[in-house]
Write a protein that binds this ligand. Structure first.
Ligand code: XMP
Length: 319
């Protein structure tokens, strides 16, 4: 029987018994799982927890500010905010292959995280937001992309090189239980029910070579799409929704002039397991509003298209 208050108390006791008076490091991404781990550990061991939040320059609009606001200012969690935008952008320069980009982003993350961890020589534990479906998936013989997802997500190799013990307090929980736990721990509803966001972030939503200028345009277009989905009560009816930056220019008109600017594609899907997905049949009026706002507000984008491809054969992401 699932009783949340008892579960919270038990989970806290379990962490305290395991960790004692030792220090713990956590890579906080702002995603549901690491956020719930942060909230739980903070409740259990307070300042023995240090979170490292790495801004790779490929996050959504205001994401770093929101994470710092929720955890550092509101909850009083110790969070080290590392802005590594320049480092990530530098290594991504000239790289357009999707898997090569994923590898670079994963590798740089490990490097930045490791450098921060070394500044905390007293840490004995590395906490991770591994949940039960991750445990099952790793036990199976998954290859290809699923493996790539795991290896980036769970920061493979870090415990070995840093000589840290693994702390995985969500290991027995399904996603909906993790969300309930997050709510019980006082995390904001919007954070706990946020759509999943891939580890490589906008790095796989900017097709081809990643540039800061493209990321800045995409962030603003994406934020408009998500705002309007929420306003129209469509956000929670979709499983994942986002904008994709297409580095091709097309002709448009504005006033008396001709424009020649980039294209943004909107993607919204409904799915149970993310293995298959249906494109969301968003109202045309909503799509029209999003398109108008993006084109009017984001100078540099003059065309918006909607992706009506199912998975399979298309994937949810464009890379
Ligand atoms: P696809 O595009 O394969 O996506 O249909 C299925 C789900 O996986 C997410 N995804 C990733 N997550 N690292 C991640 O952490 C990745 O490299 C990655 N690639 C895809 C995607 O957002 C969707 O939820």
């Amino acid at each position: 029987d699932w009783n949340m208050p008892d579960y919270v108390a038990e989970a806290i006791e379990k962490v305290r018994a395991q960790v004692g008076d030792e220090e713990v490091i956590l890579g906080l991404s702002g995603g549901v799982d690491s956020s719930v781990v942060a909230a739980l550990l903070h409740r259990a061991i307070g300042d023995q927890l240090t979170c490292v939040f790495v801004d790779n320059g490929l996050l959504r609009l205001n994401e770093a500010e929101q994470v710092m606001e929720t955890f550092s200012r509101n909850l009083g969690v110790k969070v080290i905010h590392v802005d590594a935008t320049e480092q990530f952008m530098g290594h991504l320069k000239g790289v357009s292959d999707p898997e090569a980009k994923r590898k670079i982003i994963g590798r740089e993350f490990v490097e930045v995280f490791q450098a921060e961890a070394q500044k905390l020589p007293n840490a004995k534990w590395l906490a991770q937001g591994t949940i039960y479906p991750d445990v099952i998936e790793s036990a199976g013989s998954k290859t290809g992309k699923a493996h790539t997802i795991k290896s980036h997500h769970n920061v493979g190799g870090l415990p070995e090189t840093l000589n840290l013990k693994l702390l995985e307090p969500l290991r027995e929980l399904f996603k909906d239980e993790v969300r309930e736990l997050g709510i019980a721990l006082g995390l904001p509803h919007d954070m706990v029910y946020r759509h999943p966001f891939p580890g490589p972030g906008l790095g796989v939503r900017i097709l081809g070579e990643v540039k800061k200028e493209f990321a800045d345009l995409l962030r603003r277009a994406d934020a408009i799409f998500i705002d309007e989905l929420r306003a129209a009560d469509w956000y929670e009816k979709t499983s994942q929704a986002f904008a994709v930056f297409l580095p091709v220019k097309s002709v448009g008109v504005m006033g008396d002039g001709r424009t020649y600017e980039y294209v943004v594609a909107l993607r919204a899907v409904q799915t149970q397991d993310f293995m298959t997905a249906h494109w969301a049949e968003l109202p045309h009026s909503l799509l029209g509003k999003v398109s108008n706002r993006i084109i009017n507000e984001v100078r540099g984008i003059n065309r918006v298209v909607y992706d009506i491809s199912g998975k399979p054969p298309a994937t949810i992401e464009w890379e």
